[in-house]
Design a protein around this ligand. Structure first.
Ligand code: FBP
Ligand code: MG
Ligand code: MG
Length: 345
């Protein structure tokens, strides 16, 4: 019997499709502090649910799943059908996956206890981000944070398992349902992006080791509430205009963040007189993106301190968010400090 050693094809006839997410997770598993495969499985569960949500978003207009669901969530926001569908899909995948003991979701008032005696992980999730853009076919997303529980596995879920500072995240990421669908995540060893190939049903590594430019010329802020901004922020925005920076605001945090991460820029959702803690939620929006930002060489603050250092005190607490290229986040903070200096003179 003749045996021949495999030599990779060099004809170029069949282009390499690249590394699948599953394979990448397997290869990188040794990076995980607790490399027992559970976190790998959890990431795969999230990828599976995001494939299903991707299918639903793509056909939202056809399948009568656009529009309002007719209920409001704990934030007092009208839930969209897709908010609820995405919430169900991620809950189901995380519960069936068997690695998670508790979930904090934007769409649920309380902590969801999955009654899983062997689950070591806690997930905080924004199942559908950018809800106001669902019906107008603009990019939307999913945001997730993963922590290890603090109390012993199998014991009842305690507040300290859920109320952990972002710095305790073992992994975080987002899914962007845009012109293409991408999953971007970190486990504290850099940031990698995967693009979904629907015909193969696979995510493929398309953006290895993502790094954010240190500076940029894009600013993303809802200027509709400009009059409520503090003077320091107003001066910074005026300076951006003077420099003819590009104003880009999609109104989907994931999409605005992703663009600025790739191109260099800053996304700001400030505190205003009307919203003293801004709008965005610490546990399932700011923390996840702050971990990604820092792992990609960018920065995330609430205007005063690192987002990842904030000790949470309530499930759906909000925080101002300044996130993006280091030089831009530092500069706006300087403007605000100077402004305080001017005002106090
Ligand atoms: O309409 P506003 O006030 O600018 O707020 C837009 C922000 O609100 C959000 O839609 C909040 O997220 P949800 O859609 O998950 O509630 C962000 O995605 C977006 O950046
Ligand atoms: Mg959101
Ligand atoms: Mg949401």
């Amino acid at each position: 019997m003749k045996i021949k050693k495999y030599t990779p094809d060099k004809s170029g006839l069949a282009y390499s499709v690249g590394v699948t997410l599953d394979r990448f997770i397997k290869i990188k598993q040794e990076d995980f502090t607790f490399a027992s495969g559970e976190l790998s499985q959890l990431l795969r569960d999230i990828a599976l649910a995001s494939k299903i949500v991707n299918r639903e978003t793509n056909r939202a207009g056809l399948a009568n799943i656009g529009g309002a669901f007719g209920q409001t969530n704990v934030q007092g926001e009208e839930q969209q059908k897709l908010d609820v569908i995405a919430n169900i899909r991620f809950m189901r995948a995380l519960s069936k996956g068997g690695e998670v003991c508790a979930i904090v979701s934007e769409e649920d008032d309380e902590v969801i206890d999955l009654q899983n005696k062997s689950g070591k992980y806690v997930v905080a999730i924004d199942p559908l981000d950018g809800s106001s853009n669902i019906d107008v076919n603009i990019s939307i997303g999913t945001i997730f944070s993963i922590y290890r529980r603090i109390t012993p596995v199998g014991s009842p879920i305690q507040i300290e398992d859920v109320m952990q500072p972002g710095a305790n995240q073992v992994a975080s990421g987002y899914v962007l349902y845009g012109s293409s669908t991408m999953l971007v995540y970190t486990t504290g060893h850099g940031v990698n992006g995967f693009t979904y190939e629907p015909s193969l049903g696979e995510f493929f590594l398309s953006h290895p080791n993502m790094r954010a430019p240190q500076n940029g010329k894009i600013y993303s802020v809802n200027e509709g509430t400009y009059n409520h901004f503090d003077d320091g922020l107003k001066s910074y925005i005026q300076e951006c205009k003077k420099r003819e920076y590009s104003a880009r605001y999609i109104g989907s945090l994931v999409a605005d963040f992703h663009r600025n991460l790739l191109k260099g820029g800053i996304y700001i959702y400030p505190a205003t007189a009307k919203a003293p803690n801004g709008k965005l939620r610490l546990l399932y929006e700011a923390n996840a993106l702050a971990f990604i930002a820092e792992q990609a060489g960018a920065k995330a603050t609430d205007g005063k301190q690192r987002i990842l250092e904030i000790m949470p005190s309530s499930l759906h607490q909000r925080t101002p968010l300044y996130i993006g290229s280091v030089k831009m986040v530092d500069e706006v903070a300087q403007y605000q400090k100077n402004n305080i200096a001017i005002v106090s003179q």
